[in-house]
Design a protein around this ligand. Structure first.
Ligand code: FMN
Length: 454
């Protein structure tokens, strides 16, 4: 088994570079004249007009079997990704995130398969996004292989880079629809069939799973191991994103389900040891870039951040390209980011009808851009006031931005990390009992999972 572990993958930048690298930047110094943003520079990396929307409806390459294609590929998950978050990682937040980091992978909020299948007249509103948001992953919710496959095929024309199935949502509202979200972990065969069906309808697009480490009292390592082994053996899924806590389906709110069940990162590292042919992204409770680097160094194939990336976008996303991916620091400032964002926002205001989206929707992701900075609270209050009468985002910014000091608007992201280690004192990695190990190996071998990687 050990020889199968020899998976080569490039090395994240932080193995080579000191975090306080002072290497210089490439960004264009061409000036953009502007009364509102007098110091702003045009960002040289903008790949497409930010108001242009993706309609990559070209047919993707077809292959006889999605499963075969995935197994033959050298699939590699992103080192850094921003988690799917309902009501948070909408188009507008993702646009802001992409303006700050070129390299972070971005996940949509979960979109329920039924919503896509039953509201085909609203597909653009649910699924389109500016071209420059790539790489972007669509997260689907649902449990019926047929419905998920149909939804994925409808979404295919929008050119998502990957399709992810939600097996981690503990919400009663979602779980109440039958087997859905985290409760899907109780039926790994159904998950395997669902992912196989999605992949079959979308050849060439990787399918992935986001799950918990367990559900209710099904919280042993064996349970998680069997889930992964079964899903991977029945579908071309090679990448599992693991929120490292179990879900408690009854009695805890979704928010409490993200804090109360204890984090068990050792389960994820045990999976990394036990499935050398699969890839695992670590998620849950990570709140700075230093910890991202630490998690990768310890062997995670990727690290996903949710709340921290939303609540502190500048400190987190502003350091991803440099510290994780080793790119030269761009010297990007928030004034530049806002200049670009305002262009996007006003081009999209009321695009799908009255107040769809509204100024309030478009301004929402900006409210965390100055997290913990001088003047941030006063600015947010002024924004709130201005939302009552402003007709577009540019005029709102014009009215409020002078509240923030220039040094806040014009300085690059801070390079300060908490050095508090989170992965150095993990308990011993859980091991399978010998009977379980034998049985699980047999499942995996019977399904031909390992053979495909020899
Ligand atoms: C407001 C909110 C909405 C969320 N919605 C989703 C979702 O739609 N799909 C999903 O898989 N996880 C969802 N999550 C869970 C996150 O993706 C992530 O797994 C969780 O927040 C733990 O990561 P963190 O500690 O870095 O925030 C949500 C989390 C939050 C805070």
């Amino acid at each position: 088994m050990a020889s199968l572990a020899a998976v080569t993958r490039p090395t994240p930048a932080f193995f080579f570079y000191a975090n306080n690298s002072s290497r210089v930047l490439h960004s264009s110094t061409s000036q953009v004249a502007g009364i509102l943003f007098p110091c702003s520079r045009k960002l040289s990396w903008k790949r497409a007009s930010i108001s242009s929307i993706s309609h990559r409806r070209e047919a993707r390459t077809t292959v006889a079997s999605a499963a075969i294609e995935r197994r033959d590929s050298s699939y590699s998950p992103p080192w850094f990704s921003v988690a799917p978050m309902m009501d948070w990682t909408d188009n507008h937040y993702r646009t802001l995130a992409r303006l700050i980091s070129r390299r972070a992978w971005l996940y949509t909020e979960m979109i329920v398969a039924d919503a896509i299948n039953h509201q085909q007249e609203n597909l653009d509103r649910m699924l389109e996004y500016p071209e420059f948001q790539h790489p972007i992953v669509l997260q689907l919710g649902g449990s019926s292989p047929e419905k998920l496959s149909k939804a994925a095929q409808l979404a295919k024309t929008y050119g998502y880079d990957e399709i992810n199935l939600n097996c981690g949502c503990p919400s009663d509202k979602v779980a109440g629809h039958g087997c859905f979200g985290a409760s899907l972990m109780l039926d790994p065969q159904l998950v395997g069939r669902a992912l196989a069906a999605i992949a079959e309808g979308c050849p060439g697009i990787p399918v992935t799973v986001k799950c918990r480490i367990g559900v209710d009292h099904f919280d042993t390592y064996e349970f998680l191991y069997n889930f992964v082994a079964t899903v991977a053996s029945m579908s071309p899924t090679e990448h599992f994103i693991i929120h490292s806590r179990k879900a408690i389906l009854k009695g805890l709110s979704p928010a409490a389900n993200r804090t109360i069940p204890p984090l068990k990162y050792e389960f994820v590292y045990a999976l990394i040891n036990d499935f050398p042919h699969l890839k695992f992204t670590l998620n849950g409770g990570i709140d700075n870039i230093h910890q991202v680097c630490e998690g990768l160094k310890k062997g995670a194939h990727g690290v996903m951040l949710g709340r921290a990336a939303y609540n502190s976008p500048w400190a987190i996303l502003g350091n991803v390209d440099n510290v994780v991916y080793g790119e030269a620091r761009q010297g990007l400032t928030r004034r530049q980011v806002l200049e670009q964002y305002v262009e996007y926002a006003d081009a999209n205001l009321h695009k799908h009808g009255f107040k769809k989206p509204s100024i309030r929707h478009l301004v929402k992701p900006l409210l965390h851009l100055f997290h913990a900075e001088a003047g941030a609270g006063q600015w947010r209050r002024a924004v709130d006031e201005s939302l009552r009468h402003s007709e577009d985002v540019r005029s709102l910014m014009k009215e409020t931005l002078s509240i923030l000091p220039d040094f806040v608007l014009d300085s690059p992201p801070p390079l300060e990390f908490s050095m508090e280690p989170v992965f150095c004192d993990l308990p011993p990695l859980p091991r399978l009992s010998s009977t379980q190990e034998h049985e699980s190996d047999k499942i995996v071998e019977d399904k031909g999972l390992l053979c495909n990687h020899l």
